[in-house]
Design a protein around this ligand. Structure first.
Ligand SMILES: Nc1ncnc2c1ncn2[C@@H]1O[C@H](COP(=O)(O)OP(=O)(O)OP(=O)(O)O)[C@@H](O)[C@H]1O
Ligand SMILES: [Mg+2]
Length: 345
């Protein structure tokens, strides 16, 4: 277990101590040109390894990376992967803490509260973590709600409060750049126009993510099918059929990476037979799911009844008296609903 056992400080979603083997996957999962990964990793290592010396420069680094781009283009996954790979590079010098921040924990209706929350994070929480681990990567998703652009802040929120909260972010980042140069902020946004200009100007690197091109789509599909083949080896030939992969990729032009990965899941759920035994997945299923854009055609004859579908489930496997239609919640009576609670990724 690499997850800190104690309760997380306010605004902190999770903390992981890296490197840890099962964190390798993220970096490998994101398919982008080699230069993109090299630039990111170099930027991270420059700050984490040499931040102390660089902080003596008049133009010191702020230890801030902004990943911007449309939803589903791999920004968050890449940020997590970056933390792991940087931690691998630094492992001989000490561990790296990856701290994920919940940006929605900061805005508040209470006057002055947002500012206090931000200040607490940047002057107490992060420095405390940095005192315990040699290297710290702080991941802030949806940074547009953390460093709200002051010039266009919505008037629904109290503009004075928004101003002060963003001021507190800038102040906090400046202090950390000077005093804790081994802290790196990696932030993501799909709405860069809403991120404060002075925050962006502090970024050492603003990297814009684009939708995958045709060749990248093909490689994402191959990667997704390759992962399935680890679980169902009969599917390996699918992952290796370049000609068909390229045909399938042509149907996915304009899609983001998340949607491309979901296509493979949609293909598994085209037919009951495949859903029950994924090793039956065929090219037809994949092409048909792509043509339907992952959805369903509202077509076909009468569907079989529940009993026609599953006629022979034995009586002893049925929970005829184990249910609760009441409004109130009795956790112990909710056994049959637990299978509905699946975590969304
Ligand atoms: N270039 C890519 N190569 C491979 N997989 C990708 C790529 N881009 C996105 N994906 C996949 O899409 C899914 C979503 O990625 P992720 O959550 O990192 O996107 P995001 O840019 O942070 O999206 P959002 O802006 O909605 O938060 C992940 O499963 C990821 O593996
Ligand atoms: Mg994200």
């Amino acid at each position: 277990m690499d997850r800190a056992r104690t309760a997380q400080p306010p605004g902190v979603l999770s903390m992981h101590i890296l490197p840890a083997d099962h964190h390798d996957r993220d970096w490998d999962a994101i398919i982008v040109p080699r230069e993109v990964k090299e630039r990111l990793l170099s930027q991270a290592l420059l700050v984490l390894e040499h931040g102390r010396k660089l902080s003596m420069l008049s133009g010191l680094p702020h230890g801030l990376i902004v990943l911007a781009g449309p939803p589903g283009t791999g920004k968050t996954t890449m940020a997590r992967g970056l933390a792991q790979v940087a931690a691998l590079a630094l492992a001989r010098k000490g561990a790296t803490a990856l701290v994920e921040i919940n940006p929605h924990a900061f805005p508040s209706d209470m006057l002055g509260e947002s500012q206090r929350n931000v200040t607490r994070l940047l002057t107490e929480t992060v420095p405390e973590i940095a005192a315990q681990r040699p290297f710290v990567v702080v991941l802030i998703d949806e940074v547009e709600s953390f460093a709200v652009r002051r010039s266009t802040a919505s008037f629904e929120a109290n503009p004075v409060d928004v101003h002060r909260a963003t001021d507190a972010v800038l102040l906090g980042i400046d202090e950390i750049a000077k005093n804790l140069p081994q802290v790196l902020f990696v932030t993501t946004t799909n709405f860069i126009e809403a991120v404060d200009e002075a925050f962006l100007s502090r970024a050492d690197l603003v990297m814009r993510f684009a939708l995958p091109d045709r060749e990248t789509i093909e490689r994402i599909l191959a990667h997704a099918l390759g992962e399935l083949a680890v679980q169902w080896p009969a599917l390996l030939p699918l992952a290796q059929d370049g000609a068909r992969l390229s045909g399938l990729a042509a149907l996915c032009e304009g899609w983001d990476g998340r949607r491309i990965r979901k296509l493979v899941l949609a293909a598994l759920a085209q037919r009951l037979d495949v859903a029950r035994d994924p090793s039956h997945l065929s090219w037809d299923d994949l092409f048909s799911a792509a043509r339907k854009q992952g959805g369903v055609e509202w077509a076909g004859g009468a569907a079989p009844t529940a009993h026609e579908l599953f006629p022979d489930v034995p009586k002893e496997l049925k929970h005829d008296h184990d249910h609760d239609h009441g409004q109130h919640h009795h956790p112990h009576l909710h056994r049959h609903t637990q299978t509905h609670q699946r975590e969304e990724k």
